[in-house]
Design a protein around this ligand. Sequence first.
Ligand code: GDP
Length: 520
Amino acid sequence: MPDTRPRRTFAVISHPDAGKSTLTEALALHARAINEAGAVHGKGDRRATVSDWMAMEKARGISITSAALQFAYRDHVVNLVDTPGHSDFSEDTYRVLSAVDSAVMLVDAGKGLEPQTLKLFRVCALRGIPVITVINKWDRPGLSALGLMDLIQEKIGLRPTPLTWPVGEAGDFRGVLDRRTGDFVKYTRTAGGATRAPEQRLGADEVGEDDLQVWRDAVEEHELLGLDEADHDQEQFLAGRTTPVMFASALQNFGVAQLLDLLLDLAPAPGGTEGVDGSVRAVDDDFSAFVFKVQSGMNTAHRDRLAYARVVSGTFERGMVVTHAATGRPFATKFAQAVFGRETTSVETAEPGDIIGLVNATALRVGDTIYVGEPIEYPPVPTFAPEHFVTASAGDIGRYKQFRRGIEQLDQEGVVQVLRSDLRGDQNPVLAAVGPMQFEVVEDRMTNEFNAPIRFNRLDYQLARRTDAAGAEALAGMRGVEVLQRSDGTRLALFVDQWRAKVTARDNPDVMLEALPAGG
Ligand code: GDP
């Protein structure tokens, strides 16, 4: 029987170190603890939900790849799609954001709005994804709550509408005032460890002597906020004009249950999605999904290749034969998997909002649509303007075959953009990246996974503009510019600097030179 409970599909966006991994684990463990009431989970379980798998990720302490975490909470199923934190992986992160219905913006109370948070927020704004803000690490000294609200308003242009307000300043966390009920949610240190919510709900008249002074301060600020039109408005939130705010300590588990409740109560459910032809596929239509990420090398024991797809409409049933929109060919889904971090299990059915992993999906590329019934094709996942360019060549010419296969694979996964031209020939593709760390990933995977050492030569180009066949012809032979073709067919004109791009555009008004969306 398909599990048709309502879904919530979201991602956490944050600057590295804001506490995303800590929060992710706390959310999953809390939901699990509720579901398996009385069960005790130790440290070992905590690790099992961690989604980073590459040795390199461990060494760097960052999460490079994305996976989805699914858990049941109350009468819902929650899908948390993991995003990598490092700015060099922004392309990957942007793709992931195409698969969610809402985002949780995690802010370090001591640091305020950091660059990566701002970038990611802009993508959410661009895509109209509603954002819930969580001010984390309130157990540590940090900025003032009102100061943080000003920052959100000023830097991201969203009106903050706090749902809770801290009782006690950062570093002296007594709990929060629930602005909807007026209750005091008191922070308590309980013995339950990581799986227990250390929260106790008290009426305003039950606030203890010790907390009375800070409680009164919180009430005063809460009333000020009310005058300032900072109360939650569901319509404004869904329209991307306001952001509900709550205060938490992911490490202490405080606010974790509140956040889950908030997601269920306020965050949007999966909805109908528009195809490239403008038609809308409703969630209860026939099955359709789009691929937002392709990955391989998760299991070194055997070669595997996983395409992550988000179900848009209908019920997915393992074994069903779907149509691959890009080729019109049938695609068998016998080996569909649920992808929860390191663990993979077969998935029997999935509903709109869920993420499925399709094994050995060699034909599937990022952005592809699969469907049954009436044809549908969803808009491509955006690619971003590359700013770093190298030529790649096989480090060991005897292993050229492996080199070529590796490049092709990494291209299909979208690890880097691969550009070619007749002039340069096939043996020395140009690799283009939004951030230079993408090249490190290429080097690491080429060496360890494909056993094909690779050599890079830096190119002096700094930016790319989209052009067409006529543009390629017109620009051929000009100084400071080179036109190459990306594997998706897009022609990119690479320029040595901004100045050269401007002059070329001025002198060649008929040549198409389009800016690409800015990435990292
Ligand atoms: P990520 O890079 O965003 O995934 O951040 P992590 O979850 O790895 O957290 C970074 C560091 O901040 C770790 O040392 C965490 O223990 C710590 N941390 C996370 N949340 C909190 C919190 O609420 N309070 C305090 N004091 N530390 C936290």
